[in-house]
Write a protein that binds this ligand. Structure first.
Ligand SMILES: C[S@@+](CC[C@H](N)C(=O)[O-])C[C@H]1O[C@@H](n2cnc3c(N)ncnc32)[C@H](O)[C@@H]1O
Length: 392
């Protein structure tokens, strides 16, 4: 432990890796003339091949890593999601599952096991993840948890063409690189990265036309009057990213789960310092320059932007609600009722999982679920209890 901060000290290997990542970032900044936008910084720190947080060997998810997600914490999450997937696959009369950014593989294993239990297995479960290192971990998790179903799982290098079925992604949108902007005298500036007094540091630079246009669009849409120095994040890559996924979906539904807000709340004048968060050893903080390559960097999701990008890509906005309402609509109470017949310990585990997933002070309200559909007009049970589309 480092006594000063309470954060565990880096091992020599971690320190050496962190130094390599920082050298790569400094070289990029020098090559660009002394300054890079924050999205480029985030892309390199998280995804640079062999170096970035998601591309190198850090543990990342789980108790030995830096953060835990709903599928890691609570299999009930994946079991409820399976109920929603079963409904869509049933309506489509078949189809497949595609998971984007599958992390440790925990959600894939739970979904497959629950769909088998319900006699609703898809022909194939496909996974597309940018991290080669996590792919190996996913293979191991699935082989250990559901060995009989492992041969249904296929790892993709790119999006498939003509996909019919359900596309799921938990906590992937928040991991996409974002730009940071700051308001100066009513103008938009870009808060990027430079080296100052020998250290990586925030530094204002000129905003690209795309960044100015995106920020002005948010201002117009929200009617926000931001104070001088207001800063926040915006994801300029969301449209093309979602457009490519939409182009792959011939028929079916996408379900994205993440922490985020409708635009009006995300960019409210009071939320004047953005939503960027870093995770290292189960502690969170706001300094993306602290341990590049060794810590996760995320930003909350503007779900209005997701809905806009989906509509622009020809998809329908089929649902938007809190995680709590989605899980309750997807059979959470049924699973709890089943657990009533079990022993005291599994019953206690079930109710603890349900509380973590649904209580407002835990993940229940911070996390939202958005459903985007193509050629799919049927009901989605996860959105029956509370439909919040009007808030976007
Ligand atoms: C925060 S983790 C979430 C993992 C998992 N879904 C979970 O909930 O435990 C983000 C995941 O998204 C993956 N990822 C990031 N950007 C991606 C992209 N553009 N396409 C596919 N996967 C991506 C990462 O490699 C990682 O597996």
């Amino acid at each position: 432990m480092s006594i000063a901060t309470g954060v565990p000290a880096l091992t020599p290997d971690e320190a050496a890796h962190g130094a390599q990542v920082e050298a790569r970032l400094r070289a990029e900044i020098a090559r660009a003339g002394g300054w890079i936008g924050f999205a480029r910084y985030m892309e390199l720190a998280l995804y640079e091949p062999c170096l970035g947080y998601y591309s190198a060997g850090a543990s990342k998810l789980g108790a030995a890593g830096d953060f835990v997600t709903a599928p890691e914490l609570a299999p009930l999450f994946g079991r409820c999601l399976a109920v929603q997937c079963e409904e869509v696959l049933g309506t489509l009369g078949g189809g497949e599952l595609l998971e984007l950014g599958a992390g440790s593989g925990a959600m894939a294993a739970t979904l497959l096991a629950e769909l088998e239990r319900r006699d609703a297995l898809p022909r194939r479960y496909r996974i597309l993840d940018v991290s080669a290192d996590l792919r190996e971990r996913q293979r191991e998790t699935i082989a250990a948890a559901v060995p009989g179903l492992a041969d249904r799982v296929e790892w993709l290098d790119r999006l498939p063409g003509d996909f019919t079925g359900v596309i799921v992604a938990n906590e992937v949108l928040d991991a996409l690189p974002v730009e940071r902007f700051v308001m100066r005298g009513g103008e938009v500036a870009s808060l990027g990265v430079a080296v100052r007094e020998g250290r990586l540091a925030w530094c204002e630079g000129p905003a690209s036309e795309r960044l100015v246009e995106a920020v002005r669009h948010i201002e117009r849409d929200t009617g926000a009057a931001w104070p001088e120095g207001y800063f926040s994040e915006v994801n300029l890559a969301l449209g093309p990213w979602l457009g490519a996924i939409a182009a792959a979906l011939a028929r079916g539904v996408m379900l994205f789960v993440d922490y985020g807000l409708p635009r009006r709340e995300y960019y409210s004048p009071e939320r004047s310092e953005g939503t960027l968060l870093c995770h290292f050893r189960h502690r969170f903080h706001e300094d993306p320059f602290a341990r590049p390559g060794l810590q996760d960097i995320t930003a909350w999701v503007d779900f209005t932007a997701v809905a806009e990008a989906a509509l622009a890509a020809g998809l329908d906005l089929a649902g938007y609600t809190t995680q709590a309402h989605f899980l309750l609509g997807s059979g959470l109470d049924g699973f709890l009722a089943e657990a009533a017949g079990l022993g005291v310990v599994p019953r206690a585990q079930f109710s603890r999982q349900a509380m973590l997933l649904t209580l407002p002070g835990e993940m229940g309200e911070r996390f939202k679920v958005i459903a985007l559909a193509r050629a799919y007009g049927a009901r989605l049970r996860g959105f029956d209890l509370r439909d919040l589309r009007h808030t976007l």
